[in-house]
Ligand binder design. Sequence first.
Ligand SMILES: Cc1cc2nc3c(=O)[nH]c(=O)nc-3n(C[C@H](O)[C@H](O)[C@H](O)COP(=O)(O)OP(=O)(O)OC[C@H]3O[C@@H](n4cnc5c(N)ncnc54)[C@H](O)[C@@H]3O)c2cc1C
Ligand code: FES
Ligand code: FES
Length: 460
Amino acid sequence: MIAFILNQKKVITDTKSGENLLQFIRAQAHLKGTKVGCREGDCGACTVLVGSLQANGSVAYQSVTSCLASLASVAGKHVVTIEGLNLDKQLNKAQQSLHDHFATQCGFCTPGFVVSLTGFTLQHKPQHHALDAISGNICRCTGYKSIERAAQQLEAEMGADTHDLAWLVTQGYIPEYFQSIPERLHALPPSLTTPESKLVSGGTDLYVREADALADLDITYFEGNKEMLFQKHQVVLGGGVTVSQLWNSAEMNALFPNLKQYLKWVSSLPIRNRATLAGNLVNASPIGDMSVFLLALDAQLTIKSVETTRIVALKDFFLDYKKMDLLADETIDRISFEVPEPAFSFNFEKVSKRTHLDIASVNSAASIVVKDDLIHQMHLAIGGVAAIPKYLHATIAFLQNKPLQADVLKEAETILQSEIAPIDDIRGSASYKRLLAKQLFWAHFINLFPDRFSMADLMH
Ligand SMILES: Cc1cc2nc3c(=O)[nH]c(=O)nc-3n(C[C@H](O)[C@H](O)[C@H](O)COP(=O)(O)OP(=O)(O)OC[C@H]3O[C@@H](n4cnc5c(N)ncnc54)[C@H](O)[C@@H]3O)c2cc1C
Ligand code: FES
Ligand code: FES
């Protein structure tokens, strides 16, 4: 039995907890405003808001692609579809801004845009941008400019302040009933399920591949460890930490000043809201962005079962294509990495067919500590050029204690090429990926040490 609130209505259902939320919304709740597009998290037509009770009693809302969300993941939460955003007698502010800018044609994508933009207003902070909020919404008709103008209007109206729920209601951003939701969520009965199958976290990998099979099962929904601990020389991230948690973390942004730029290349906001670090590692895609990112930090995994706890270096975790050092009853509890002194310089690069909302042809990350003009410590990882996300052991060993010079890097790049084995596939030919591997290797040094290296070094 799963209990949640759908718009204004309490739902208590015996539907299998693996059923996807989109199917439930349309087929069982008969709310047809949430559209079925790609069913792969790509188009945003199915976007809903999911509100979770916070420790301070408030409800925090996130945009989620309902085609990839399990029913189990909304137990005890507030699910808001486009129908739940309508005001009585007027358009809400997100609807009004799209109307003002003629930002809809066939209208198929419009509910998703309204939901995402309302999500932006609900979690508005001065450094948030409305365009980021619609990074997961695709429109085939308008050409986007009118939608962008509508989003910018909404952002301007929100101003630089943060706003509480009461203000959002009185200003016409959301309906009044939102104010009763925290109390109503508290009063929900606990959801009871008997998990019988797969462990699902964010579901953004599993539901793309197995949504139909999961729909017939009670899944093990695993929120995982969401803690983030920042010590002087070590960072510990729970396996259930999402990419959005990293994005919003002041400590992570201080440690990685270009973090938001890197994470913008990782899927879209609704996917980042759900995608966990452990899910990215266990998905074991050779081009997993967070896998490559964490390999370049020489991360360690704390792997747990009911009876055991063991530590595995991430560079030893990936064994072969989609094979890992992880037993069926084990989960990744924590991911930790050292923060050396003096601090490392870090860079992440990704080349994909589309700049946004696309997986990489080749991606790479590097962390480097230079002392007395020598490469004191370096970790380098690359994705898309081997069966696993690749930690470049031989290249790193060669660079250790070498001077930071172009001729050294040229030799290192030859070693890098001997360590990789790209194949031809839809993301590019093997020779193209070798070229990208070379360019991304140099891009790390050109970006991190612009006074020493330039494109000219790469060309020769
Ligand atoms: C539209 C779209 C765009 C995407 N773009 C990108 C992208 O740009 N870059 C990228 O790298 N990925 C991308 N992905 C892939 C996906 O979002 C990530 O791999 C994500 O991190 C998976 O995490 P999850 O929590 O959703 O995993 P889930 O789907 O819940 O699980 C994935 C696997 O991990 C296992 N698992 C989950 N948590 C644990 C745990 N704690 N311990 C042990 N096993 C666990 C599950 O059993 C399952 O086998 C995209 C996906 C979609 C749908
Ligand atoms: S239907 Fe396309 S993102 Fe869900
Ligand atoms: S208005 Fe037709 S898909 Fe956006």
